[in-house]
Design a protein around this ligand. Structure first.
Ligand code: SF4
Length: 559
């Protein structure tokens, strides 16, 4: 690399990832400072910035989403009317699906959404970003945090990725080294399976003694439909077909404004059958007679996919330490029983902001906020909510029937379920995948479902609707540690599950007579929608997702 000098940016408070957690944290901190300075004899001035890898705020934001407004009510009590929700939740439906029938079920209390709002997370974070900027927070888009900076055991900031590096790893004429963004305290809200959070976890043992985090993948399309088909704010959740009883997950359908309808499916990434194909099952879900009727005559307009941390309270890593806090999905702030995480993510950012503010007011080093924040979380309503679902996901370790019993017992016992000692353990999701050449030879590929480009789409058609683009001439950001495993061992043992669990047709096994195995793994990195599924679900754990050049990736905006 050329020896161009690396820029250094010095800040007081750095948030990484412009999602709901970081933006709520940045807004809360800025407002606390403003209120303090209005009356304090000596004003406190802190430089606060948010780094975002997407081309703009919201470009990589994806969620269901039905939002519990509890955190927003605390954050913007005087501006609730201005928050760009789609609609308050109105009629709610819960279906048990078989292949042809939809049986209406009464909603359990955890799935009632009265008082919540259907939302586009992209629109919501854009609005929050404007609020943050108006409060003096700096937003830097197209900067991907690539490396955590640790000095004397304290997190000292992040190094962003270099720009202008070619496919071959050599600098191009536009080469620019990444920036060292140094801060007294760094708050990581990178989303699930964050690159920087993982580095910290490995370095500081943040997950020791916790359950391993387990994930699901959520796949979602937005449809534009003829008038009169549904009401804005009308929502459906479904269980059963096409996942039951093997897979954790279910369907969701949410009515937005302007005749737009969200359709999605969540599929646990802790499945046994290596032939599982979440994208295919999502497409199959739409062929149910009820969905077919709902979507008839419509047009699929947007697509996206994202991993979801489902492990709950026991799978949350140590949330803070010297100079850092983990926020939102990076800290496992998701209540899988309620299918909600946005309000918890926001609350995590706000709690971390309060820790930073308390340190600033007391004249202590801001790095100490990372030690205060976990205790603040433990005393918060976010912890109380997550405690109620602490053993929910673990029920799926032994399949759907056991999970239902566990969920029922959990509802009666304040979340204990059948965890006699109050904690159910669980293994990592990727270890549950069974080898085809070992115990269960009866696993078969899922029945095919040809694309018709009206209701059923293949991966490439969907990726097109995600607006994904990347600089083509850059190193592949999916790093496979040993490609020989893919073309030999993995073919026999798991039939290359990456070609199925990736929702964006990134991985292909193609013939190649120049290779000893006669085939090779082709990585179509520019299709990647940054869902992190491959990093999570690969049974050999040899795939590492690293941030590509800043600005690349999906352009969700409305999802
Ligand atoms: Fe998701 Fe990995 Fe596929 Fe990218 S390559 S879309 S991160 S599964």
């Amino acid at each position: 690399m050329p020896t161009r000098e690396r820029e250094i940016l010095d800040l007081d408070v750095l948030f990484v990832g412009a999602g709901p957690a970081s933006l709520a944290g940045a807004c809360h901190l800025a407002r606390l400072l403003k209120a303090h300075n209005a009356t304090a004899p000596r004003p406190l001035e802190l430089s606060i910035a948010v780094l975002e890898k997407g081309a703009e705020v919201g470009a990589h934001a994806l969620s269901g989403a039905v939002v519990d407004p509890r955190a927003l009510r605390e954050l913007f009590p005087e501006r609730l009317d201005e928050i760009p929700f789609e609609a308050p939740v109105g009629r709610e439906h819960l279906w048990w699906l078989t292949e042809r029938r939809a049986l209406s079920l009464p909603e359990p209390p955890q799935l009632r959404n009265r008082g919540c709002h259907v939302a586009s997370l992209g629109k919501l974070v854009k609005w929050m970003a404007k609020e943050a900027e108006s409060l003096g927070v700096d937003l830097f888009c197209e900067f991907a945090g690539r490396e955590i900076l640790v000095e004397d055991g304290r997190v000292a900031g992040v190094r962003t990725g270099d720009r202008g590096v070619g496919k071959d790893g050599r600098p191009k004429p536009n080469f620019e080294p990444g920036v060292d963004v140094r801060a007294q305290v760094t708050l990581l809200g990178e989303g699930p399976r964050g690159t920087l959070a993982r580095q910290l976890e490995a370095r500081l043992g943040l997950t020791e003694g916790r359950n391993p985090q387990v994930y699901a993948i959520g796949l979602k399309e937005i449809w534009e439909l003829p008038a009169g088909r549904f009401e804005a704010g009308e929502i459906w959740h479904s269980m059963g077909w096409p996942l039951w009883p093997e897979h954790y997950g279910g369907g969701f359908v949410y009515g937005m404004r302007d005749r737009q309808l969200i359709v999605g499916l969540v599929v646990g990434l802790d499945y046994e059958n290596p032939w599982t194909d979440p994208h295919l099952e999502f497409q199959r879900f739409k062929t149910h007679p009820e969905l077919r009727r709902l979507l008839a005559g419509g047009r699929m307009a947007y697509y996206g996919a994202k991993a979801i941390p489902e492990g709950g309270y026991w799978a949350m890593p140590r949330l803070g330490g010297d100079g850092f806090c983990l926020l939102g999905d990076s800290g496992g702030f998701l209540d899988s029983q309620r299918l909600k995480g946005i309000h918890l993510a926001m609350k995590s950012g706000m709690l971390a902001a309060e820790s930073v503010f308390a340190a600033a007011v007391a004249g202590r080093p801001l790095a100490e906020a990372g030690r205060d924040y976990p205790a603040r979380f433990e005393a918060s309503w976010a912890r109380a909510e997550l405690w109620k679902s602490r053993n929910f996901h673990q029920g799926w370790e032994r399949g759907g029937f056991d999970a239902l019993v566990n969920a029922g017992l959990g509802a009666l016992s304040g979340g204990r379920g059948w965890g006699v000692l109050d904690r159910l353990h669980a293994g990592p999701g990727h270890e549950r995948m069974r080898r085809l050449d070992a115990e269960r030879r009866d696993y078969r590929p899922a029945a095919p479902l040809p694309a018709d480009d009206e209701l059923v789409f293949d991966r490439l058609a969907d990726v097109y609707q995600s607006g994904t683009t990347h600089e083509e001439d850059q190193p592949v950001h999916l790093q496979v540690a040993d490609l020989s495993i893919c073309v030999d061992q993995c073919v026999r043992e798991f039939a290359n599950p990456c070609t199925r669990f990736c929702p964006a047709a990134v991985y292909e096994i193609v013939p190649d007579s120049s290779q000893p195995a006669g085939r090779r793994l082709q990585i179509n990195a520019s299709n990647c929608v940054h869902c992190k599924t491959c990093d999570i679900a690969d049974p050999y754990q040899i795939i590492t997702w690293v941030p590509p050049e800043g600005g690349g990736g999906p352009n969700y905006g409305r999802l």
